[in-house]
Design a binder for this molecule. Sequence first.
Ligand code: ADP
Length: 461
Amino acid sequence: MKILLAASEVVPFAKTGGLADVAGALPLALKDLGQEVIIAMPRYKAISEVRFKIERLSGNISYSTLGEDIKVYFIENNKYFNRDGLYGDKTGDYKDNLDRFSYYCKRALELLKEIQFKPDVIHCHDWQSALIPVYLKNLYAKDSFFKNTKTMLTIHNIGYQGLFPKEEFAKLGLDWSVFNMEMLEFYGKVNILKGGIVFADLITTVSQTYSKEIQTKEFGFGMEGVLNKRRDSVFGILNGLDYSIWNPETDKFILKNYSLQNLQDKYQNKEELQKICKLPVKEDVALFGIVSRLAEQKGFDILAEAIESIMKMNLQLVILGTGDQKYHLLLEGIAKKYPKVLSLYLKFDDPLAHKIYAGSDIFLMPSKYEPCGLGQMISLRYATIPLVFKTGGLADTVNADNGFVFGNYKKEDLIKTIKQAIGAYKNKNKWNMLLEKAIQYNFSWQESAKKYIQLYEKAKA
Ligand code: ADP
């Protein structure tokens, strides 16, 4: 099949979040499975010839390659994209984001004609490319070039929808008839993601549980109604993990490489981590690790409520993260008070993250909601047992067989489950069996890509 992947960020060219990882990894896996894929994204300032090999196609289209030969087309526009930020700056979102991304979507469609690439499927991601299905079903409805082109929209986090004042609708070049409650209107505003949900042939999210959750009031951010209407076309496919980066056998950042065959070597990494973190070097005390944005979404509200009780347990905790100032302040206070229990790093530090994944016994990830989540998948690969709240991708990847799960989003439940994990850690034989199971979990892109292909085929049928 011929596939255009349309995303506003793609690793290694530009990244602000998990979307870029997916957009950079999925095409490679699709290609390996015999699909013909190209990518179209905006050309931001940071995508420069100094960093990448870039060639020119025409006046405002350039291209590079991903992997061996997947073409990545850059849509250029000096006024819109030649900026430091992708979506905004320190003061907030760019005011002309509707102009920027509607331009990107239209230009991407025109590009397909210029290069005579007739896709079977255009796979769009998040609100920034969600206008593509809207344009195809409206502006291009009678265009024979796109007669056989279907669309899929993947939602990575429904909290971001592309909301704009009604006055901006005219700039989209669409008929006012689509500005109604059933289509692009949302409480008097223009909602771009909603348009994508209505007009895409299929909709996916990044885990099965999240695909159900977003159809409820609690998690839907107002999109539950329109998603519910399309429930037969909504699917969940878990993201894969890049095992060339996350692999304890080859990881260059950790002291001692290990695998299923020499799992006990993991403890040398624990010892090193305890030393780095200035925690007492003790093998028999369970070491908990957190690598996360410090945000309510990641469970820091109940963690903050529970932290004093946690500090009094027989454990050690290392936290690496940045985020909300209030959590920075709170945790700094706790780290001062309990220096032998909590070690705190308020920064982004990739090498240290690797050491924490390898050296901890238990990975704490009590997210309130989690579309997919990477931390729990990484920690399983490092035989570090995840402790999670039962939501979204966490519910789909962690269970009593490979970790600890709590089902009530309350501090009491969190505390109880941490105690349970500490108890389990004491039983060496059972613990080792758990590690052996954990390290063998495989969330590969190949499996996810196969599922995407099945859905592309479904869209075509
Ligand atoms: P989200 O994308 O919602 O922040 P995920 O679990 O999907 O959460 O992915 C987060 C990724 O970022 C993981 O790979 C995690 O290891 C990494 N990460 C988060 N915070 C830090 C940090 N302070 N230092 C290094 N890596 C971090």
